[in-house]
Design a protein around this ligand. Structure first.
Ligand code: ADP
Ligand code: MG
Length: 253
């Protein structure tokens, strides 16, 4: 396991008293795996990612990354948030190399990787442009490249497509999913979109309402996993799995 959560509990102190966000959550992510986390809004999904990223310690339980206990933020984690958070006053190049600047990319390997990724994913012509010139999908690609240039061991994606309209959402999600696979990255994606989870993942962890606990874990059939996101959506196994996860989430119909 590249990342592992064991019996995680998280209790927040708030003005109204204690809020239990997570209760006894256990699951792991293997190297090269694409895992999605689905659960009702407010159940504790983002909380789980912040714990994995080492941004806050859990109240109880154990978190390990690359076999070591997580006690502080790890440089081996790449985080892609809900909004792309590109800086409008920096060029695309300035945005994708931001993490390298902060770290001090002394040997230039990161800058070389940035050039290659922009080239490979059709953004090289926009290197000098501000993000305002890009479509929503291109902005997401740019945000992913910024995350990839530091060569993280694990990508954490917190509902990265939810700010997009449903027309572009599907294509952007497939686009981002295929880049992650091409780059052989391990990924943990938070989403409330069951279709997105089925079309992108190897495994899907279904969480209950708050306090979140693991309701079920679905490993997708090898046959489904071998298909592209678009091909998965028309595969006969798609609809039954969608319905099953919908039921587990308490959605009707
Ligand atoms: P999700 O990402 O699944 O929508 P979150 O992980 O953001 O849910 O939040 C889970 C619960 O924990 C919510 O009830 C939220 O209000 C609460 N929560 C999250 N962060 C904090 C915090 N820093 N302090 C107090 N409560 C918090
Ligand atoms: Mg969230």
């Amino acid at each position: 396991m590249i990342a592992e959560l064991e019996h995680i509990q998280m209790i927040y102190q708030s003005a109204e008293g204690e809020v239990e966000a997570l209760r006894d959550v256990s699951f792991g992510v293997e190297e090269g795996e694409f895992v999605s986390l689905v659960g009702p809004s407010g159940c504790g999904k983002s909380t789980l990612l912040t714990i994995l990223a080492g941004l806050e310690p859990p109240t109880a339980g154990r978190v390990t990354l690359f076999g070591e206990d997580v006690t502080a933020p790890s440089g081996r984690i790449g985080f892609m948030p809900q909004k792309d958070q590109l800086f409008p006053w920096r060029s695309i190049w300035g945005n994708v190399t931001l993490g390298l600047e902060i770290r001090g990319d002394r040997d230039g390997a990161g800058r070389q990787r940035a050039r290659e990724l922009l080239e490979q994913y059709d953004l090289a012509d926009f290197a000098k442009s501000p993000p305002g010139r890009l479509s929503g999908g291109m902005r997401q690609r740019c945000a992913l490249i910024r995350t990839l240039v530091t060569d993280p061991g694990v990508l954490l994606l917190d509902e990265p497509f939810s700010a997009l309209d449903c027309q572009t959402r599907l294509t952007v999600a497939s686009d981002i999913g295929s880049i992650i696979r091409q780059q052989s990255k391990t990924a943990l994606l938070v989403t409330h979109d069951i279709s997105e989870a089925i079309s992108l993942s190897d495994r899907i962890v279904v969480l209950t309402a708050r306090p979140a606990t693991v309701r079920n874990i679905h490993t997708l059939d090898a046959e489904l996993r071998a298909l592209s996101p678009a091909a998965r959506r028309v595969h006969p196994a798609f609809a039954p799995l969608f319905t099953e996860i919908g039921k587990e989430l308490g959605l009707d119909g």
